[in-house]
Design a protein around this ligand. Sequence first.
Ligand code: ZN
Ligand code: ZN
Length: 169
Amino acid sequence: MHHARATLKEQGYRLTPQRTAVWETLRGAGRHMTAEEVAGATRRSLPGIDTSTVYRTLELLVSLDLVTETKLGSARSYFEVSPDPGHHHFVCERCGAVGHFGDELFAPLYRALEASDGFTPTRARATVFGVCRRCRDGAGEPARPARPAADGTPAPRLADDEAPAPGRP
Ligand SMILES: [Zn+2]
Ligand SMILES: [Zn+2]
């Protein structure tokens, strides 16, 4: 269970089968999932787990920083195993596809803030909304509110989603 096991124990939480199942679901998926998706997928490995237990477990894992909740759009929250810091999102407003970009793209902005305002940035957190390549090229679904593909189309997977860095607390 990776660092989650150690963190839970350290904080005095028992490693219940439910907590293990929710964590393994997110880790195995390696992508952003809504709470409903996590509940559905967790039930496949642990039939009988109820939705409110899944939601409470997600809250716990978020509070311990093992899982990151990102609000993308007004009503939609996505959960993922906490990625490396300096991890930002871009989200397609048509199909809900989510991607990541790194801190390095902020370098010009940081330099500009330093030069113009004498402000030294230490970190940023950004979500960029737009239209993904698939949708732009007409291969995506017709316009609808941002949501993850419900038809089984996998969300975009990126390297840092698939391989949580070892040795993180
Ligand atoms: Zn993410
Ligand atoms: Zn799209």
